[in-house]
Design a protein around this ligand. Sequence first.
Ligand code: ZN
Length: 443
Amino acid sequence: MVVGIIIGIHIVNNAKGGHYIMLFPRLTIFSLLFVSSIFSACSDKKTPSPVSKKIFVQGDPYNIVKGSTFNTQIDFPQQVFENNEYALTTGLNFLEKQEETSSTENIRTENGSKEIEQNSLDNQIFKLKKGVGKYFLSIEFEGSFLKMYRDKNGKSYVEAESKEGTSNSTMDLLHISHSEDFRNLSFLMYGKDKNGIRTLVALYFGPPTNILDLAKKDNSGYYYMLGQSRPYRWKQDRILKINFCHPQAEENKDYIKIQNGVLQWQEGLENRLEIELTATKVYPPFSDFNSHCIYIVPDYFSHPSFVSSNDGSTITIPDFSKDTFLDSDIFIFDKEEQKVWILLEKKLSKLGFDITLEERKEIEKEVRLTLDKLRSFVFIHELGHLLGLDHPFTESEDKNIFSVMNYGSSKEITDYDIRAIQNLYPVIPKLDSKNPESLAIIE
Ligand SMILES: [Zn+2]
């Protein structure tokens, strides 16, 4: 009896992880945001159908960024407006969905994450313009605008303006972020879409890039975030700083699990990449380029279905011009774990008086232990994504590879994972001031 219950729980928790990496220099995100006529110029183009990344969540998507410190006061240097050609590189749309999704098939089609093949090859050029009058900044595309305003109370909002005139759709502008050189910008917005559904949107702009050149292949066969044998990595000449972004910071019980996860990867990396983990109570939202956070999202289902759970997700923003990552953030969804307890409660109530109070307590204790181990695994797994590893299987292939990146096959980092991560981060010559020759190599 007990065994049956535990196995049942295991199945629910087998569908681990899931990550989203979005690469669509297309305009659909605007039509999602505002009335569809705005920025509609693209929809007539004979290019591959646009890919929009919608992530359905149950409950208010604002919860994803709750607790973050926002900032929309950015002083853009003049160079941004002079050299002002940008491509929309990534768009994320967390959308509230009320109804239950009943099958894994629906979840897959709605939350599918493998869209790299569908990218359009042409860059559409957006131009950043300094605001005049009431608005402080605008993004222009072929005569249509996204204008950013600030009201008397200091609240910022975005309004779309088509060639024909202003729409009545506005969204709150929560946060603006930029890379050091201002070549990458992100805008975080919150509001309702045209159907009145609450939505959180992050738009990322970067230098226009020829997508055909993206993610050059190696011969390794390992699975990386941009595809098999396509190594995209963090810059190795600087420390990768990861933050645990939580109101309790290091006092939260998860912190020690995260420390353990970082340690495992660091050992596997053998000094090829230096990782620094800190905990902080003050932090920006995920859309910020300059902070790589692990967030615990307390109260919503990312997968409304009970047939599987998505305990964690990692969102990574690549820098196409440099084969490196710009940003990556991890979300852990607490409510996914609650599915286990809900299922358990259902099973136990069916048993009624066939089970004593003692037995019930014993089962609950065991479930708690199992969940604790699973949580450690989720952190290691998601950190693997953050570093650049993908699940070691494709849709059609079998899932026999023994890896922490494979769903449930290992709860710890394996030899396969070490080979994959070491291939991703090759040994780089160390800067040695006593040896002028090594300096020459670096130059
Ligand atoms: Zn995963």
